[in-house]
Write a protein that binds this ligand. Structure first.
Ligand code: ADP
Ligand code: F6P
Length: 467
């Protein structure tokens, strides 16, 4: 079996007793190594201005972690700059929040070159290389220019908007335009894939007859949809186990019989947290009978805190939470419990199982694994209700959810009431449909279908089809 080499921006070497940082990518990537050995390469999360520091290598289970630090300028221009102030907002349809500078773009391209330099020394000719997410789009070009002919796949964990939005990325041909150095590009939904295909057509690429491949500058690249999943069965077991923990007992007792709504997200403007709280406010305003009978627990670790748009959003949430709690709260009831730190996976699974409804209402999200985790965590005999934004990739798969438009406060508030009143039979049938979907398309299915498709894309019949 050839080795799998995974490259992602942030790579956290596991330490005993330390939960992994929140974020869907790391959870998904780790599962890819379950049945195969390999290397996981990326940024250590640390800053170091010494240019001669070599990457650190650490073995854990069957994964060789190879991590490199970033210099201050690289961190600012590549991570806080082009990746998270241009690509992140625009790919999440928020052109209004994008801040472009040429030095940030140079830093982005430079770090992709640096990653290729540092990774090169670890590569063998028969390795399969799988690159993840928007930070590393130009990495394939950098690796090819250093002579690596390995199978090279790319997966975009975040949304891909329509071409009109993609063309707002200044000098987009230097970032999005270099994807043809990959053999396979994967997207979360058909909508994302089709948007990219339209962008390619407008950019002059020659599309294959099947619409699933294109030719550009002599290279053939396949494109496909691979909705990311979770470790469904393991997650369900964890949740069942967690239901009996001391942590859960204390939480349950603290509710004194009240119903629980839960929201779990990184503190990110794409997650729609402000809109969600406004909807909860509207629900309490218009449904006074429910006051003091429901608690909304929002667990939101801080993310990318040095980026101004994240700070602005964090302050807006603080203000709104204080406002709602001040207006409706009582000495013995706080409507919103707002927490800014991560929880361990088992504790979160237990919270999901206890909650009558999850509010997963991003303004845009590539997939949203929290939605799937919530479904996996439920007791099938008495499940809770998933309130899910139509703009999360997960909405394409989770038909049993109450689908909402996060821009409509009244609609979201109505869904909250519907969830609280939904009869058990309806909850069970909605949950069964969703559980079946996430059991079928779990994380192993995602890994296998992507890697099989990458192998296929290197075979002659596929190449012949487009020529
Ligand atoms: P994103 O990748 O944009 O952060 P996802 O919903 O796809 O969003 O993935 C988030 C992952 O991080 C999930 O596995 C979720 O359980 C985890 N996570 C999110 N918030 C927390 C938190 N407060 N504590 C622990 N894990 C969290
Ligand atoms: O796909 C979402 C994502 O950007 C991942 O790439 C990343 O692991 C996660 O969010 C958390 O982001 P960050 O590494 O910037 O904290």
């Amino acid at each position: 079996m050839s080795r799998l080499v995974i490259v992602s921006n942030r790579v956290t070497v596991p330490e005993p007793g330390k939960p992994p940082p929140p974020g869907g990518l790391a959870i998904a990537v780790k599962a890819a190594f379950k049945n195969r050995p390999g290397i996981w390469f990326g940024w250590s999360g640390k800053i170091d201005d010494n240019p001669n520091t070599e990457p650190t290598v650490a073995e854990r289970d069957n994964i060789t972690y190879v991590v490199t630090d970033l210099a201050t300028a690289d961190y600012q221009e590549y991570y806080n700059g082009f990746a998270n102030r241009v690509l992140w907002p625009i790919l999440h349809y928020r052109v209004d929040l994008a801040e472009f500078s040429r030095s940030d773009l140079s830093g982005y391209l430079r770090v992709n070159g640096l990653f290729a330099d540092k990774l090169s020394q670890f590569l063998q000719p028969d390795d399969t290389i799988w690159v993840h997410d928007y930070h590393l789009i130009p990495l394939a070009r950098e690796l090819r220019s250093r002579g690596h002919q390995n199978p090279l796949g790319f997966f975009l964990h975040i949304p891909c908007p329509p071409p009109d939005l993609l063309f707002t990325i200044p000098r987009q041909e230097q970032s999005l335009g270099v994807m043809s150095h990959y053999d396979l590009i994967g997207f979360q939904t058909d909508n994302d894939r089709d948007n990219y295909a339209r962008y390619l057509q407008i950019s002059g690429a020659h599309m294959g007859r099947d619409g699933q491949s294109y030719q550009h500058e002599g290279r053939v690249t396949r494109i496909g949809t691979f909705p990311v999943g979770i470790e469904t069965a393991e997650y369900a077991r964890d949740a069942e186990h967690a239901a009996h923990s001391d942590f859960l007992r204390e939480l349950r007792e603290s509710l004194s019989g009240r119903q629980l709504f839960v929201g779990v997200d990184r503190l990110d403007y794409s997650k729609g947290i402000v809109h969600r709280i406004e909807a909860f406010d509207h629900f309490l305003e218009t449904e006074p009978n429910w006051r003091n009978r429901v608690v909304f627990l929002q667990i939101t670790p801080k993310s990318r805190a040095e980026i101004p748009e994240y700070g602005d959003m964090g302050r807006a949430v603080n203000e709104l939470v204080g406002d709602v709690n001040g207006r409706y709260g009582e000495a013995s009831w706080t409507p919103i419990r707002y927490i800014n730190r991560p929880y361990g996976r088992e504790d979160l699974a237990g919270i999901f199982r206890l909650a009558a409804a999850a509010l997963v209402t991003p303004l845009r999200d590539g997939m949203n694994l929290v939605a799937k985790e919530y479904v996996a965590a439920q007791d099938a005999e008495d499940p809770g209700v998933l309130i899910l934004s139509q703009f999360a990739g997960a909405a394409a798969e989770l038909e049993g959810a109450l689908i909402v438009n996060p821009h409509e406060t009244e609609g979201m508030a109505a869904a909250m009431k519907t969830a609280l009143l939904m009869p058990r039979d309806e909850r069970k049938s909605r949950h069964a449909v969703m559980y079946e979907a996430i059991a079928k398309n779990d994380i192993e299915h995602w890994v296998e279908t992507f890697l099989n498709s990458l192998t296929e894309s290197k075979k002659p019949p596929f190449m012949a089809q487009i020529r």
